[in-house]
Design a protein around this ligand. Structure first.
Ligand SMILES: *[C@@H]1O[C@H](CO)[C@@H](O)[C@H](O)[C@H]1NC(C)=O
Length: 120
């Protein structure tokens, strides 16, 4: 039996390693799922009910207020204005949130995590 060229084995092993090493979250099932607290919608995604796409408006993807400084007169000397799905329903299922952090001089942002989500 003829032997397989070494370079071909190397290329195949590299391709297999690349295939096995790729990992990601599953793709979203739909482009957006604007969160709504009203359970009349039948679709429940990511802990929230989805608003009927026919009634979604641009305002569901808008948050006014990031330009307003938070009051840093507190023990930590900082103030986080968090914009998550509860404040910006259009963020639902997108795996991202926003925050404005204001610091007084020597203010702190305590250690924290963002499990399975990204924060800007
Ligand atoms: C952050 O700032 C807002 C707006 O001034 C204020 O209502 C809120 O109490 C502040 N939070 C803290 C933890 O100081």
């Amino acid at each position: 039996m003829r032997s397989v060229p070494k370079y071909l084995v190397t290329v195949l092993l590299f391709a297999l390693a690349c295939f096995l090493a790729s990992a990601s979250d599953p793709s979203p099932l739909q482009d957006f799922c604007v969160a709504i607290n009203n359970p009349t919608s039948a679709v429940f995604v990511n802990g929230k009910f989805c608003m009927d796409p026919k009634v979604v408006t641009a305002n569901d993807f808008f948050f006014p207020g990031l330009q307003i400084p938070g009051n840093t007169a507190n023990r930590l000397g900082s103030n986080v204005t968090l914009v998550n799905v509860d404040k910006l329903p259009g963020l639902n299922t997108l795996g991202i949130s926003l925050a404005r952090i204001d610091f007084a001089p020597y203010g702190l942002n305590p250690p924290h995590t963002h499990p399975r989500g990204t924060e800007i």
